[in-house]
Design a protein around this ligand. Structure first.
Ligand SMILES: *Cc1c(COP(=O)(O)O)cnc(C)c1O
Length: 374
C-alpha cells in the first residue's frame, strides 16, 4: 500500500497514513453499508447527525452533500435571496461566495484583521446597508471570528448569522463550539478538512427547531416524506457510506485535533524570534484546531520556492481575494477597497500540517525556514 514513506516529499496534506492505520475498520464499514440494503437517508446518517450535533453542542444537525450546499441551504432556510446583502470576507474559499450567489443574494465584503486574517468585526458598521440580512463569518484556518461583538452587532440590527465552519470543526469560542453560536453553522467534510470524508460531504447545525425542520425538507426536494413537496427544495444528501465513515472518524477527532495542536506548538516554538515572520495569532477565548498553520512574511514567494527545492510542500490560502477575481468582477470592487485582505494575499503561507505528519518532518520544515531567514 502507498504511504508517506514512499516519497521523499514533505507533504502539505495526506490521508494515506490514516487509511493504512484504520483500513480494516473502513473496509468493514463499507461492507456493512453495502450489505445493509439502504444507501441513502437511512440509519447511518441519522446516527451520524445525532453524534455530530452532540459534538457541536447543538440539538440538531442535518447531513448535506457538501460545505457549499451547507452554506447555500442555511441561507435558503433563513429566507435569504434576491435583493438581500450578505456580509462576508473576500479572503475565503470561493465556495463561500458561490453559495451566497446561488441564493441570488449579493455578497458584501468586510476587510479583515491583519494578525488573525479573520473578519474585522469593527468594519461591519461601514458595510451594512438597508438590504443587509445576514452576516456570514468565516472561521478561516480553524480559528474563530470574534463572535461576541459580531453577535451583538447582528442582534442590534436584526441580522441572521450563518457561520462558515468548513475549516473549523473542533474549534470553539469561549467554550462554545463552532457552529453553535450563529443561527446555522455550515460544515464541509471535504477530505482535507479537519473531519474529512472519503469524498464530498457537509452538514448544517442549528439550535432552532424551525430551521432544523426546514433544512431537512430543503435537502430533500422540499419533501417531508413520500412524493409531495411542501415547498420548493433541492437534492443535497450525505449518503450512508460517507455518514458511516464519518461516524467512525469523529470518535478519533479529539485526538486528531490534539495532534494538529502539537505540530502547531512545534512550529510556534521553532519559528519564534524570526523577525520577518508573523506567526498565527490565537484569541485567548479560542480553541484552535489548526486546520491550517499559516504564517505571514513579505518574502513569501521566495520562501515558497526555497521550500519546494527541498521537497517541502506549502500552499497559499488564498492567493487571490475573491473581490478581485475575474469571475466576480461584476460585483464592481476595485483594487484597494480591502487593503488588509489584499496585502495578506501576498504574504500568507500555509505549512505542512495533518495529524499524521511526523514530528521529524515538521522539524525539517522549521530548520529549512530558519536557514532561509538566516
Ligand atoms: C472547503 C470550504 C468550503 C466548501 O466546502 P465544500 O465541501 O468543498 O463544498 C466553504 N468554505 C470554506 C471556508 C472552505 O474551506
Amino acid at each position: 500500500m502507498k504511504t508517506r514513506t514512499d516519497s521523499q516529499t514533505i507533504r502539505y496534506w495526506d490521508y494515506l497514513d490514516d487509511y493504512a492505520a484504520h483500513r480494516d475498520e473502513y473496509l468493514r464499514i463499507c461492507d456493512e453499508v453495502f450489505s445493509s440494503g439502504r444507501l441513502v437517508l437511512g440509519s447511518r446518517l441519522a446516527a451520524f447527525e445525532q453524534k455530530f450535533a452532540g459534538y457541536c453542542h447543538v440539538p440538531y444537525s442535518v447531513g448535506v452533500a457538501s460545505g457549499t450546499d451547507a452554506i447555500f441551504l442555511a441561507l435558503k432556510a433563513l429566507g435569504i435571496g434576491i435583493g438581500d446583502d450578505v456580509i462576508t470576507v473576500a479572503n475565503t474559499a470561493v465556495p463561500t461566495v458561490a453559495a451566497i450567489r446561488a441564493t441570488g443574494a449579493n455578497p458584501v465584503f468586510a476587510d479583515v484583521e491583519e494578525d488573525t486574517c479573520l473578519m474585522d468585526v469593527s468594519r461591519l458598521e461601514a458595510v451594512i446597508t438597508r438590504r443587509t440580512r445576514c452576516i456570514l463569518p468565516v472561521h478561516l484556518f480553524g480559528h474563530m471570528v470574534d463572535m461576541q461583538p459580531l453577535l451583538e452587532f447582528a442582534n442590534r440590527h436584526g441580522l441572521s448569522v450563518v457561520e462558515d465552519c468548513a475549516q473549523a470543526c473542533g474549534a470553539s469560542y469561549a467554550g462554545y463550539p463552532a457552529g453553535s453560536l450563529g443561527d446555522v453553522g455550515a460544515f464541509s467534510f471535504y477530505p482535507t478538512k479537519v473531519l474529512g470524508a472519503f469524498g464530498d460531504g457537509g452538514a448544517v447545525t442549528t439550535t432552532r427547531p424551525d430551521l432544523h425542520e426546514k433544512l431537512r425538507k430543503l435537502r430533500f426536494y422540499g419533501m417531508q416524506s413520500g412524493y409531495y413537496a411542501d415547498e420548493e427544495g433541492y437534492n443535497s444528501r450525505l449518503d450512508e457510506l460517507q455518514a458511516a465513515l464519518l461516524d467512525s472518524k469523529i470518535d478519533r477527532l479529539d485526538d486528531a485535533v490534539i495532534a494538529r495542536q502539537g505540530l502547531a506548538a512545534l512550529y510556534d516554538k521553532g519559528l519564534a524570534g524570526i523577525d520577518d515572520i508573523g506567526l498565527p495569532v490565537v484569541r485567548k477565548e479560542c480553541k484552535h484546531p489548526y486546520y491550517l498553520y499559516t504564517i505571514r512574511t513579505k518574502r513569501r514567494d521566495e520562501l515558497m520556492k526555497f521550500l519546494a527545492k527541498q521537497n517541502i510542500e506549502s500552499k497559499v490560502n488564498y492567493p487571490d481575494p475573491i473581490h478581485l477575481m475575474r469571475g466576480y468582477a461584476f460585483l464592481g470592487y476595485r483594487p484597494g477597497t480591502l487593503p488588509v485582505t489584499e496585502q495578506l494575499a501576498g504574504t500568507i503561507l500555509s505549512l505542512p500540517l495533518y495529524p499524521e505528519l511526523p514530528k521529524e518532518q515538521a522539524e525539517q520544515v522549521i530548520e529549512a525556514i530558519r536557514i532561509f531567514f538566516d
